[in-house]
Design a protein around this ligand. Structure first.
Ligand code: SF4
Length: 345
């Protein structure tokens, strides 16, 4: 859960998860829909699928016992050198190094490393420093945690609190007055605007939704039918008719959501559709509101669902939480790539 996500955002998810699935066996056995629902709002859903695959491997090969050897931990799906190093050092006090964004910042400043940490040579040097540090102590767990905490709380990207820093006397960047220049990372890509249209289609108190397919971002999560607006002036009614394969009498604007994912600034216009011919629901993806609230939804679409619930009042659905989940941070991949096709479902 902590990959790419702040601790304070993770805590409520972690507590809810541990109540529902308190051990490896429970995770291994849980239905896919359940793990996605418990993860709903945390983002990066590949993590939860990897977690379950790892739990199943541990159940099958290690009799449910979490591995303690670095190579075995590293071999689990979703676990890279950083996570394996963090688990083995923090949980088992082994001399395994860690290198995340916080630690990179701390080490480049303390050791005055000018090169770009993303370059292979510089990155290798940082791993080597991290290894030397952890090899030189008996308390590997505390050392690695302190490096991470130093980066998170004191040696922050902007305006680090050098006056409160316990290693100020050893810090090259501070001594050379180069704190602001390190780490030397390339500027972020400029934001890109993207626009989507989503459609609410209701028949006999059921709403049309679709599940994102395997292998795409937000795979297995549910969403209202939607498409990306590619060309300026693209007609929402025509787009909806093509997407949904229905004749539309009229469209009413329902809501507009603006949100950011990595470098994308996304605007999603949501429309409520009045069909020309109100046909009965015919496909398996028509659900009542009561059913929809039990499904795991992609974050923006969860917001649409909550608004829909509020508009339709509590008469038909009772005791539904309207709290929005905390959002993940600092995403590095493109969550919108490989969106499911806009074919009629
Ligand atoms: S002295 Fe300042 S720049 Fe150096 S490690 Fe401490 S907080 Fe970071």
């Amino acid at each position: 859960m902590l990959q790419q996500t702040q601790v304070k955002s993770v805590i409520p998810f972690y507590e809810r998860w541990m109540k529902a699935l308190p051990n490896i066996r429970a995770v291994a056995k849980a239905p896919s829909q359940r793990i996605h629902k418990l993860w709903e709002g945390l983002g990066y859903y590949t993590r939860v699928r990897n977690l379950q695959t790892a739990a199943r491997i541990i159940e099958a090969k290690q009799d449910g016992e979490f591995p303690v050897m670095f190579a075995d931990v590293l071999a689990l799906p979703g676990v890279g050198p950083y996570t394996a190093g963090a688990i083995c050092s923090i949980a088992f006090n082994q001399p395994t190094p860690i290198l995340d964004g916080n630690v990179i910042r701390v080490l480049t400043r303390i050791f005055g490393i000018s090169g770009n940490p993303r370059e292979r040579k510089v990155n290798r040097r940082l791993w080597s420093i991290a290894q030397n540090l952890v090899s030189g102590t008996r308390d590997c767990s505390s050392l690695n945690q302190s490096l991470m905490e130093l980066g998170a709380l004191i040696c922050t990207p902007k305006q680090p609190k050098c006056d409160a820093c316990p290693v100020i006397a050893y810090c090259s960047a501070h001594l050379q007055n180069r704190v602001e220049q390190l780490p030397n990372i390339a500027p972020r890509l400029r934001p890109t605007q993207r626009q989507f249209a989503a459609f609410i289609l209701e028949r006999e108190n059921r709403f049309l939704v679709r599940q994102r397919p395997h292998g795409v971002v937000n795979a297995h999560l549910w969403e209202f039918p939607n498409l990306e607006i590619i060309s300026e002036g693209q007609d929402a009614k025509e787009s909806a008719e093509t997407l949904l394969g229905v004749r539309i009498k009229s469209l009413e604007p329902f809501w507009t959501i603006k949100h950011s994912i990595t470098r994308y600034r996304i605007r999603m216009d949501i429309w409520r559709i009045n069909e020309a011919n109100r046909l009965p629901p015919t496909e398996e993806c028509w659900f009542t509101l009561q059913k929809l609230v039990t499904l795991p939804f992609a974050s923006a679409h969860k917001r649409v669902l909550l608004r829909l619930l509020a508009r339709n009042s509590g008469a038909r659905v009772k005791k539904v939480s309207t709290r929005l989940n905390p959002r993940p941070i600092s995403k590095t991949d493109d969550p919108l790539n490989n969106a499911p096709s806009n074919k009629r479902r």
